[in-house]
Design a protein around this ligand. Structure first.
Ligand SMILES: NC(=O)c1ccc[n+]([C@@H]2O[C@H](COP(=O)([O-])OP(=O)(O)OC[C@H]3O[C@@H](n4cnc5c(N)ncnc54)[C@H](OP(=O)(O)O)[C@@H]3O)[C@@H](O)[C@H]2O)c1
Length: 235
């Protein structure tokens, strides 16, 4: 949506992928992929490419990218804005056990064996090796590259957004008793939370990591307003 709006406005822009997904979605903008070599590498890129405006549209749990953007923009003088969807709030009927981070989510799970839908990114799976007794259902965009840290793993390879009906079917068919999720916000990943509420399944909800203070908005329209359609600029 953001890339479409930027392309439609005729802003000269580059879409920078983290490079984690093997077949990323196509974009209506020129793309590049992969790291820069830390904040200093990103600053060098910003200077070399004469970037004037940086839009941090990363996932709320992609902390390194966001931190690097803050430092690189402060060093180079490029303007920075974060497009960040609002976190989910607990609704009536939800049973949430709030966890500060993935390690706390592990200890929030019961000790006796349970069927757990581990609906979190690959980066946060390792900590769950500390509770190998559970039967885990996991969902990734790409198949896992190596072994998982627990023996009973049912891996689904699929890309969101997901609908309520399919989330209900997934949880019912596997007899899911616990859901572990990150508070990503937005609509595309929320159906699992609705499904858990409907099935009366507890959700261990991992809070967002702390990020440096930076200007942030929640909608594409606000980003476009901030950009001001200054088509001579490189975003
Ligand atoms: N984290 C998640 O749960 C999650 C979920 C869904 C989607 N995603 C998306 O997946 C991508 C990777 O997320 P992540 O959590 O793996 O990231 P991350 O841990 O925050 O950062 C990974 C590395 O990406 C490089 N990088 C920094 N800024 C970049 C940029 N503008 N473009 C390309 N690479 C950059 C940096 O490497 P160098 O130090 O070498 O520069 C950084 O160390 C992001 O686009 C994110 O929005 C993440």
């Amino acid at each position: 949506m953001l890339a479409d709006a930027v392309a439609r406005a005729g802003v000269e822009a580059t879409y920078s992928y983290g490079g984690r997904t093997r077949a990323p979605a196509t974009q209506p903008l020129p793309t590049r992929s992969g790291g820069f070599g830390g904040a200093s590498g990103l600053a060098e890129y910003i200077r070399r490419e004469k970037i004037t405006d940086v839009i941090d549209a990363t996932h709320p749990f992609a902390v390194e990218m966001s931190r690097n953007a803050v430092v690189a923009c402060a060093t180079t003088g490029a303007r920075l804005i974060a497009l960040e969807r609002a976190p989910w709030a607990k609704a009536p009927g939800d049973t949430w056990i709030e966890a500060a981070d993935p390690s706390s989510a592990v200890t929030a799970l019961p000790l006796e064996r349970a069927r757990v839908f581990l609906a979190i990114g690959r980066q946060h799976i390792a900590a769950f090796g500390a509770r190998p007794q559970h039967a885990y259902t996991l969902r990734f965009v790409d198949p896992p590259a190596g072994p998982l840290p627990f023996p009973d793993a049912d891996v689904i390879v699929s890309r969101g957004p997901f609908a309520l009906e399919s989330e209900l079917e997934l949880m019912r068919s596997r007899g899911i008793e616990w859901v572990v999720a990150r508070n990503s916000g937005g609509t595309g990943a929320h159906a699992k939370i609705d499904a858990a509420r409907e099935l009366d399944i507890p959700v261990v909800m991992i809070a967002r990591p702390e990020l440096p203070d930076r200007p942030r908005v929640e909608s594409v329209a606000e980003v476009m307003q901030w950009l001001g359609h200054r088509t001579c600029l490189g975003a």
